[in-house]
Design a protein. Structure first.
Ligand code: NAP
Length: 289
């Protein structure tokens, strides 16, 4: 049996249609939502992501502002840039594209962003609210996108065993909290690089969320037939193509032969993440009115 494909492109179009209505309502009030993206350095993957975010803004009528900062800039200059955006009343959402150049403290920068404009949802105040059980604020985009994906696919998580592979501040940890929150009610195991016998753990899971960054790590024999597998991973694998690389997930494509549902890479969690960023930008703008 082939797994149902969880089509993130299609699901994100539906989210965008809902957002267009909310953007139109804001325009009626004379407010154009505005997202500012700060990009430090010239990491090629970051530039690809930022362009995708700019295109999404253009589709929805959200103004986007991009601030390019050279990689050898002083930390204080990035601080000044964020502070200026915080105090700009025309800017509703701010994100500083990850990764920052080596040695630059991402958490320090994140915590400088006004929590009301923190559309990545990584500020201590926004993550803290999530831990308190309040999911009405600005949620981290990738985990929120995964939750939307599961909801759109009518997956009932109550009492289900979920394994989240990865415990990062950006994906794995907030994902685990969202899955185990009251009302969603999955029983969650968080796995990481020190976890023993990952294969056995995964074979017991009804839902697997892979957010590691290792190409094709989750193989067919790790997956219980019929389970739901969400592939967050984005890995650049070099090849002889014109581009010189192709993208793979953390889940081997052969998992599609046993899983009940599987999100593809590309076209799965990636578009959902961008849709959630747009959703946070609109929400931040509404909250600021
Ligand atoms: P990260 O900060 O590097 O975290 C990776 C996590 O994987 C860590 O918790 C690490 O464990 C764990 N890990 C590493 N090797 C492992 C192993 N052999 N077995 C089990 N766990 C292992 O990465 P991230 O930012 O969470 O991103 C994870 C992946 O998702 C990357 O491929 C990234 O590109 C992708 N991503 C995609 C989107 C999207 O929109 N599609 C968004 C964000 C990230 P330790 O904590 O023990 O080191």
């Amino acid at each position: 049996m082939a797994a149902t494909v969880l089509d993130g492109r299609e699901m994100s179009r539906e989210i965008e249609n809902g957002l267009k209505v909310r953007v139109a309502n804001l325009l009626d009030l004379g407010v154009t939502p505005c997202l500012a993206v700060v990009i430090v350095g010239d990491d090629p993957a970051s530039h690809v992501y930022v362009r995708a975010k700019e295109r999404a803004c253009a589709r929805l009528g959200i103004r986007s502002v991009r601030i390019d900062v050279p990689s050898d800039v002083e930390f204080e200059e990035v601080v000044r840039t964020v502070r200026k955006l915080n105090s700009d009343p025309d800017v509703n959402g701010i994100l500083v594209q990850s990764p920052l150049p080596e040695g630059m403290d991402e958490i320090k920068i994140t915590d400088l962003i006004d929590p009301k404009k923190d559309v990545d949802g990584f500020h201590a105040q926004n993550l803290g609210r999530l831990v308190q059980g309040d999911t009405s604020g600005l949620l981290p985009c990738t985990p929120a996108g995964v939750m939307h994906m599961l909801e759109s696919a009518d997956v009932d998580l109550t009492g289900k065993r979920a394994v989240v592979i990865g415990r990062s501040r950006i994906v794995g940890m907030p994902q685990s909290i969202l899955l185990s929150q009251k009302g969603v009610d999955a029983t969650v195991t968080i796995a990481h690089s020190r976890t023993a016998d990952m294969a056995t753990l995964c074979r017991e899971a009804d839902v697997i969320i892979a957010a590691v960054g290792i190409s094709n790590m989750v193989t067919r024999d790790w997956v219980k037939p019929g389970s739901i597998v969400i592939d967050v991973g984005v890995n650049r694998v070099n090849d002889d193509s014109e581009k010189g690389y192709h993208l793979t997930g953390d889940v081997h494509p052969e998992v599609g032969e046993v899983a009940g549902a599987l999100s593809p890479v590309p076209g799965g969690v990636g578009p959902m993440t961008i849709a959630m960023l747009m959703s946070n930008t609109v929400r931040a703008t509404e909250m600021q009115q």
